[in-house]
Design a protein around this ligand. Sequence first.
Ligand SMILES: [Zn+2]
Length: 123
Amino acid sequence: MCAHKSCGIAEKVWHPYGIAGVKNGVKPHSYCIRCGTIKRISSSSNRPKTIGYYINALTEILKTPSEKKRVTKVQMRLIVKELEAMDDFCDMYWVTKSAQDGMFISVVQKYCKITEGFVKSFL
Ligand SMILES: [Zn+2]
């Protein structure tokens, strides 16, 4: 996976952009000088989070008394490991928070019997 490095401000490229799938004309976008990936512009509420954000959410779930039996530290480690291995999840250039949330929920549910709504309440 590429450790993206952004181009300078002067080298930004004009590229179509949209919010929540609605086209909004063109805007200058940064791109990666190593692989050429264009950085997505997201609304502030949909900007990707680092994996630390999701580890915190897992820690909070673990602290919830009613869920203690369902989410163990071993499961938590497996979940984090799986998330770290997902290129899409960690690609801060391209992923959106809503896409990350979806991936996070499906991985959590793979290891733990908890509902989507419950996981979402921590995000
Ligand atoms: Zn790159």
